[in-house]
Design a protein around this ligand. Sequence first.
Ligand code: OXD
Length: 320
Amino acid sequence: MTIAPKILILNPVSDRQKGIITRVAPAASIVTADLAGAAEHIVTSDILVAWGFNNIRPIYSQAKSLRWIHALTAGVEALIFPETLQSPIMISNSKGIHGVPMAEHVLGMILSFSRRFPQLYRQQLQHQWKRPPITELHEINGKTMAIVGLGAIGHEIAKKAKAMDMRVIAAKREMTQEPFVDRLYRPEQLLEMLSEADFVVVTLPLTDATQNLFGREQFAAMKSTAFFINVSRGGVVQEDQLIAALQENRLAGAGLDVFVEEPLPASSPFWDLPNVIITPHLAAISPVYLDRALQLFADNLAAFMDGKPLPTLIDKDRGY
Ligand code: OXD
């Protein structure tokens, strides 16, 4: 086990942030590069720290000494491809650091819909003092939130939803004790769960099993008064089906932070739907994100240097 690993980070880091890493590995050499500049360094690097959406596949064949790839994101979809799957390389992710900002983002979207902020803001731009009918001004108190994919992020969303006195239901593969969830459903009970929800919140990883999961049948199972919030990956949704459901008012609205194609093309019908809130894939981002992510990397590095299992190692076959 080398005590002086060469770490290639595909993001700029300040000297203070490098200190987060060198506290646990004082002899490590740290190189930063963007994806285009990474090829010359990857050959001699032991560890690659990348974003889960970085397309590293073209340079991976030159990664002769690489033992481990750490993702600064929760999602690792671009890091899993046949060559990494078939090799013993370890992949870890940044699970556990997204909960706070993402839960605040989701709550922000839900409150905006229920208090009609997008409509009121459009009126403000027109200097219009106009109240929506009281039947359109809602409370989230007592409403049902369904979380699809209850991992660390979903858990924090559930906690904050409970603080707002919502009823929280969730779908999860393993039946566990969940302090902030009123009822757990198995994945095969998804349609039943969706039919109960006022707000459906998707926090699933993108895997073969979740790709295109939300289509006509799933949207049809939801109430026409329900809102669909996606902060995971665009690929879990059949976007044409979501657009049709929104255009035909089979759903009340959607809060979308993620899309199949990002940046969302200017020609996308989503932009002009009045019942959609679009944010440009930033639900997890806050000024402390990179510090938190590097601290989590340092925790993994400490385990790596001690020859212990990485705390946030992912299962490559499962994809998260
Ligand atoms: C992530 C994200 O996967 O922010 O970390 O989308």
